[in-house]
Write a protein that binds this ligand. Structure first.
Ligand code: ACO
Length: 171
């Protein structure tokens, strides 16, 4: 029989316990940047090196281990873009990505940005689901972005990653 906890299942209870233990820390581009995680979200080190020095980088720590990262890049005084978000593979699907997105929205709101953007591939079905669940709406498509800017062909969910879907949330 499934053990239940007030208002949720064991899996849900464990997710909540993990989230309670996470702390978010802003880091400097010169410190211990988790490149392995950044590369999980964006396979081009060349692309990462272009935006990272101009981004605010936040990491999530769980028991002194870096388990997630998010990079925020100001496009202008009103708009900020989430250039990179990644969660350690073994801890994915525990609500940490959603938690990081909510933190990013909170940080952007506190800094008085009016809009927050995120771009992902046409093939990133789970990510498109997550971002829309967090209130982002599809506002644009950058056709052939991944074909024109990445040397390797990328496939995800059996679909070729070709176009960047841009999602925006007013804050
Ligand atoms: N496939 C299917 N559904 C997904 C996926 C996925 N890969 N990721 C998230 N979801 C959906 C699920 O419905 C999930 O809810 P459920 O588990 O109750 O069904 C919901 O979104 C919430 O997901 P979280 O658990 O909060 O997401 P997670 O902690 O796994 O973080 C993230 C999401 C950051 C996309 C993570 O999977 C990851 O690091 N992936 C590899 C790197 C990556 O693709 N980063 C984004 C690239 S775009 C960019 O960086 C701007």
């Amino acid at each position: 029989m499934t053990k239940t906890f007030p208002g949720c299942t064991l899996a849900c209870y464990m997710k909540e316990e993990i989230l309670k233990e996470i702390s978010i820390k802003k880091i400097n581009v010169d410190s211990c940047v988790p490149y392995d995680l950044l590369l999980d979200a964006d396979p081009s080190m060349q692309a990462i090196e272009k935006y990272l020095p101009f981004s605010e980088i936040y990491i999530a720590e769980l028991r002194e281990r870096t388990i997630a990262v998010i990079a925020l890049f100001a496009l202008d005084n009103d708009a900020v873009e989430i250039k990179n978000i990644a969660v350690e593979p073994s801890l994915q699907r525990n609500g940490i990505g959603r938690f990081m997105l909510e933190k990013a929205i909170q940080i952007a709101t506190d800094k008085q940005f009016k809009t927050i953007l995120i771009g992902t591939s046409n093939s990133s079905i789970g990510q498109l689901y997550l971002y829309q669940k967090c209130g982002f709406e599809i506002t644009g498509i950058r056709h052939n972005f991944f074909i024109n800017n990445y040397t390797e062909r990328i496939f995800e969910n059996g679909i070729q990653c070709k176009h960047m879907i841009v999602l925006t949330k007013s804050i």
